[in-house]
Design a protein around this ligand. Structure first.
Ligand SMILES: [Zn+2]
Length: 161
C-alpha cells in the first residue's frame, strides 16, 4: 500500500459519503472542484464500504465490525487505530447510537470483541474508531456542497497548520 509511515489518518467513508476521486492527472492539483486527496491538508488513505459489498447497505454495527476487519488485515490501519487516528465519517447523526442499540440487541455479556461506545468513538481494547459526523445540506446530496463541507471540517480538525 505504498509508504504508510507518514500517514496522519485512515479515513473510512460511510456509504452515505461521496467517494474521494482518484488523482488521474496533475490537473486536479489546481482544480478545487475535484474531490480528491489534494483538497486535504493531511496525509491519509481511505476505505469505503462500497466496492466490497455491492449494493448491500450494512447496519451501523456491521460497519464497525467491518472496520475492525480492516485493522486485522492491515497492520498500518491497526497502528493508526491505536493512536486514535482511524476516523469514520458519516452524514448520519445517529450512527453511534444506532450501532450501540443494534449491538446490545445481538450480544451477551461474554460476546467478543467487546465494543465500548463513547460519546464520539467506539473503543475495542487499544483500538479506537472515531466517529465524525459531517453536517451536509439536504438539497444536494453527494453534490459540490457536500464536498466542501467535508473538506472544510476535516481540514479544520486534522489539517496541518
Ligand atoms: Zn488530486
Amino acid at each position: 500500500m505504498g509508504n504508510t509511515e507518514e500517514l496522519d489518518l485512515v479515513l473510512f467513508l460511510d456509504a452515505n459519503m461521496p467517494n474521494i476521486q482518484d488523482c488521474r492527472s496533475s490537473r486536479c492539483l489546481a482544480d478545487g472542484r475535484i474531490f480528491c486527496k489534494h483538497r486535504f491538508h493531511f496525509e491519509f488513505k481511505w476505505f469505503r464500504e462500497e466496492g466490497l459489498i455491492h449494493s448491500v447497505r450494512l447496519f451501523d454495527h456491521q460497519v464497525i465490525l467491518y472496520c475492525l476487519g480492516l485493522m486485522r488485515k492491515f497492520s498500518w490501519v491497526k497502528n493508526l487505530a491505536q493512536k486514535g487516528r482511524f476516523v469514520l465519517i458519516t452524514k448520519d447523526h445517529n450512527f453511534l447510537r444506532d450501532a450501540q442499540t443494534e449491538w446490545k440487541k445481538r450480544t451477551h455479556y461474554n460476546t467478543s470483541p467487546k465494543l465500548d461506545f463513547g460519546k464520539d468513538r467506539v473503543t475495542i481494547g487499544k483500538l479506537s474508531i472515531i466517529i465524525k459526523t459531517v453536517l451536509c445540506p439536504k438539497e444536494d446530496p453527494g453534490g459540490q456542497e457536500d464536498f466542501l463541507r467535508i473538506i472544510a471540517e476535516l481540514n479544520f480538525l486534522f489539517g496541518k497548520k
